[in-house]
Design a protein around this ligand. Structure first.
Ligand code: NDP
Ligand code: GDR
Length: 355
């Protein structure tokens, strides 16, 4: 009864407060920013959550330590096909969220092959593993025929738009990636679409624009700034060293964006959606709000530029049109840019004070 009610009301209702019982999700990239926020979100909905993590020489659960007794961690790597199959066997999921990737654009010029292998081919390996597992359990991959299809979410990126042939970009905008990372994501996007069309899989590609949170990796520009501002405020560092300050991004808040991932898999038919705010701000704007919030008005004095942080090919501007997601799934961004920046700065000041 719950399932059929949800289908009937799926188009316009905001699902945020509805509990979904007895569903199981497998999240790759569980220890990353989005993986941890998505796990929080799905647990609130009553999901059983499995998180795939790769082996590392020292524990890497900074974002997920609070989840250790709430979810099941599984060992797997997007470069190792059999490990993916074993993760599926152990979790037997209704939904797979493929969030793992080499996600740092700047690094993708230093390790282009590894980036292509994980961020591009890794998607194919997971889709193939789902296909094999579905067959092995006597089911069809065609979601229209299957009693219990395995739904698949692929974490695609606004970096696929790169040079921005159209501004703001939407689902129909031609792609023009500008980094090995963007090119690899484009492969992941198309192979997801192709498996949907070839095998009838319920496979969706979420084209997400930049989103940030207190759990963002320290090398990304927003967290580098919020952490740097906190250190300057507390007298721990004299300045922040950055690259190109003129780049503009469409920045949203990660907890808002993981809801969109889930919504895509609750629709009647699989499709691709742009998730964004339709606003853009420069790195300078971010710096200005972050420093101001910490009570420092002359931010230019505290910021140095270094060619080490410049990219061989830059994406100058990104901005996305999320109207399809709004019209079809009722999704809108909830958190303003100002509040995002302030939350990140407050969090880093608090973290350093506690340390
Ligand atoms: P993170 O970098 O925070 O997380 C990525 C995760 O992938 C990490 O936990 C990492 O593990 C894991 N990983 C890397 N390589 C492998 C591998 N070979 N096998 C298994 N796991 C691996 O990224 P985000 O949470 O920010 O992003 C989630 C996804 O969304 C990524 O695919 C990213 O490319 C994409 N995306 C992100 C956007 C954003 O603005 N945040 C926008 C659009 C797309 P480990 O912890 O061990 O390093
Ligand atoms: P991005 O995020 O490349 O958009 O990818 P990042 O924060 O790394 O860069 C944003 C912009 O800031 C400029 N920049 C700097 N960037 C970093 N990291 N460090 C610096 O010191 C610095 N100075 C200036 C960059 O040149 C760039 O223009 C993120 C990732 O989460 C991807 O995985 C995701 O797909 C895209 O967002 C959408």
């Amino acid at each position: 009864f719950i399932k059929s009610s949800l289908i009937i009301f799926s188009a316009k209702i905001n699902f945020s407060n509805i509990m979904i019982l007895n569903k199981t999700a497998l999240i790759t990239g569980i220890n990353g920013m989005d993986g941890s926020h998505l796990a929080d979100f799905l647990l609130k909905k009553g999901y059983k959550v499995y998180g795939m993590e790769r082996r590392s020489s020292s524990p890497n659960r900074r974002n997920t330590s609070h989840l250790e007794d709430k979810i099941t961690f599984l060992n797997g790597d997007l470069t190792d096909q059999n490990s993916l199959l074993r993760c599926l066997q152990k979790s037997n999921p209704d939904e797979v969220y493929n969030l793992a990737s080499q996600s740092f654009v700047g690094q993708s010029w230093n390790i282009p092959e590894q980036t292509s292998d994980v961020t591009g081919l890794g998607v194919l390996r997971m889709l193939e593993a789902i296909r094999e597992y579905t067959k092995a359990t006597g089911r069809t991959t065609d979601y229209k025929m299957a009693k219990r299809p395995i739904k698949f979410y692929q974490a695609s990126s606004s970096e696929m738009f790169g040079r921005m042939v159209e501004n703001p970009a939407k689902e129909t905008t031609p792609f023009y990636p500008r980094s090995p990372y963007g090119v690899a994501k484009l492969y992941g996007h198309w192979i997801t679409k192709n498996y949907r069309e070839s095998y009838g899989m319920f496979a969706c590609s979420g084209i997400l624009f930049n989103h940030e949170s207190e759990r963002r990796g320290i090398e990304f520009v927003t967290r580098k700034i919020s952490d740097g501002v906190a250190k300057i405020k507390l007298g721990l560092e004299p300045h922040i060293t950055l690259g190109n300050l003129d780049a503009e991004r469409d920045w949203g808040y990660a907890p808002d964006y993981v809801e969109a991932m889930w919504l895509m898999l609750q629709q009647e038919t699989p499709d691709d959606y742009v998730i964004a705010t339709n606003n853009k701000y420069s790195i300078r704007d971010f710096l200005s709000i972050a420093f101001n919030h910490a009570g420092i008005n002359d931010w230019e004095k505290y910021v140095k530029q270094d060619p080490r942080f410049m990219r061989p090919a830059e994406v100058d501007v990104l901005r996305g049109d999320y109207s399809k997601a709004e019209n079809e799934m009722g999704w809108v961004p909830k958190t303003s840019f100002e509040n995002l920046v302030k939350t990140m700065v407050d969090n880093d000041i608090k973290l350093l004070q506690h340390a």
